[in-house]
Write a protein that binds this ligand. Structure first.
Ligand SMILES: Cc1cc2nc3c(=O)[nH]c(=O)nc-3n(C[C@H](O)[C@H](O)[C@H](O)COP(=O)(O)OP(=O)(O)OC[C@H]3O[C@@H](n4cnc5c(N)ncnc54)[C@H](O)[C@@H]3O)c2cc1C
Length: 454
């Protein structure tokens, strides 16, 4: 094994703890510094998005770390989107074409704690209540502070920033070099609410689905937890005409909106007022950087490098892919971190940009299009093509969630397929009268076979 530099990871969230595991498993000496107290002894202070959608793209890096089965044992399967119409009717839109193509709802706290245990088992040293306060790149030291403000210095070796969207390491790097940083606010925020388990412990809604109440430019969603409860998230414009967060000054006003628009959900939310008052409005934005590293000294990944809006459920999944890519590259070339960090950015940045764009597009799809007749007609044609020519046609959601195709490939392929469907559907409101076998033969001629990473 060639000489491996010591590695310091800032942030023991989802990405930092998986990366620590993967690097320690590859023979690196790894230390991790986390701002918060240890959630395994102090309770999880996550504060946002209690559960997350995990898909194949995030499972593959967990498999690499030997953790996929342990994580899957803590999840609830979601076979598709259960769309709740304003009148109360429901319609399940399946994500995949077989029982294996499903999303998994995973609790953020449980997952984080499982990953911390794994990192320690692999040999990484974890330090809690240790927040990165500053970095001195000239002298190769960083300063860490505990909650009381007591400071200590540390020689980090290679510095890896997994400290999330508000990354302190990113700020320290930006003081050294122009990272080309840009943040685009979506203008929409979110508020987390809850549907508890029924008194007998059962689920109050169909458990194996991601529930959506699409209402134009706003929506509610609910994801199941293994304990029988659902985490509900309301997404709404921050300002502007009703309904926006600015037009809902208190829980009573919010309850009026729910009575009008989400009555079936509200009926299952006995703690609505308390949840509304207890949870702040979270802000949503996309972070873009031109550069993720300072030569061979420091690199950023996960939300610290490319936070996205959550509408494709991919931020964590993308961060896990980052962790696997960086650990693999470093293990292959441990003596040249400058080359590794450069190659890592070259591989991952186009894909980060692609998932950022798809995540914004999916907001419109989820809040609006899932109830739109043209979108539903496209879905019908897509299903017909998937059944007839699966090697030439795959819906975008399936490419993103159930394959390892790079995100950038998914975007390019989706564009090509959408143009093809537009040619077939021009001027139509139904598939009646279309010779679907002839369309499939045309797809075989006009759409090249899907790449092999499917
Ligand atoms: C509402 C919402 C829903 C989401 N849903 C999904 C989903 O369904 N699927 C999905 O894949 N993704 C989802 N995401 C995205 C996902 O939460 C993030 O992409 C993921 O948490 C990123 O992991 P990370 O480790 O990079 O950052 P974080 O999870 O933010 O972890 C960063 C860690 O760094 C620590 N830290 C911060 N500053 C310092 C410091 N100065 N020093 C030391 N430590 C520090 C923090 O305490 C934290 O532990 C969602 C996000 C939101 C907001």
């Amino acid at each position: 094994m060639s000489a491996r530099p010591p590695i310091t990871i800032v942030g023991a969230g989802l990405v930092g703890s998986l990366l620590a595991t993967l690097l320690a498993q590859r023979g690196f000496v790894v230390q991790v510094f986390e701002k918060r107290p240890d959630p395994r002894t102090h309770g999880f202070l996550g504060g946002r998005s209690i559960n997350l959608s995990l898909v194949e793209r995030g499972l593959a890096p967990l498999r690499l770390a030997g953790l996929a089965d342990a994580v899957l044992a803590t999840t609830v399967t979601m076979a598709g989107r259960m769309v709740h119409a304003p009148g109360g009717g429901t319609n399940l839109q399946r994500y995949g074409i077989n029982a294996a193509e499903v999303d998994h709802s995973v609790g953020r706290g449980d997952l984080n704690m499982l990953l911390l245990d794994a990192a320690e088992r692999a040999g990484a040293r974890l330090h809690f209540d240790a927040s990165l306060a500053s970095a001195d790149f000239a002298n190769g030291t960083i300063t860490l502070a505990d909650h009381a403000g007591t400071r200590r210095t540390h020689q980090p070796g290679l510095l890896v920033g997994c400290d999330g969207a508000g990354s302190a390491l990113r700020a320290a790097l930006a003081a050294q070099t122009d990272l080309g940083e840009r943040t685009d606010a979506l203008g929409h925020g979110y508020k987390e609410l809850a549907i508890p388990a029924r008194p007998d412990g059962g689920f109050a809604l169909e458990p194996n689905a991601l529930h959506i109440w699409p209402r134009g430019n706003y929506m509610c969603i609910a994801l199941p937890n293994t304990a029988g409860n659902f985490t509900v998230t309301l997404f709404l414009p921050g300002t502007g005409a009703y309904p926006s967060f600015a037009t809902l000054p208190d829980a009573a006003a919010a309850q009026r909106l729910f009575t009008e628009q989400f009555a079936d959900a509200l009926a299952l939310m006995p703690t609505f007022h308390a949840d509304w008052d207890a949870h702040p409005v979270g802000q949503l934005a996309t972070l873009y950087l031109d550069r993720w590293n300072l030569d061979g000294r420091a690199v950023l990944l996960g939300d610290a490098a490319h936070a996205v809006v959550p509408f494709h459920g991919q931020g964590m999944n993308a961060g896990f892919e980052d962790a696997a890519a960086l650990a693999t590259l470093l293990a292959a070339q441990p003596g040249d971190p400058g080359a590794v960090f450069g190659e890592f950015s070259r591989q991952r940045k186009p894909n980060a940009d692609a998932i950022a764009a798809m995540s914004i597009a999916n907001y419109h799809e989820m809040s609006d299009s899932v109830a739109d007749p043209h979108y539903l007609l496209q879905r019908e044609l897509a299903a017909a093509l998937t059944a007839r020519v699966p090697e030439h046609f795959m819906a975008r959601y399936r490419m993103v969630s159930f394959t390892a195709l790079p995100y950038a490939t998914c975007v390019a392929r989706d564009r090509e397929q959408t143009r093809f469907m537009d040619r077939i559907l021009r001027g139509r409101t139904t598939l009646a009268g279309i010779d679907l076998d002839a369309v499939a033969a045309r797809a075989r001629r006009e759409l090249p076979p899907l790449p092999r990473a499917v």
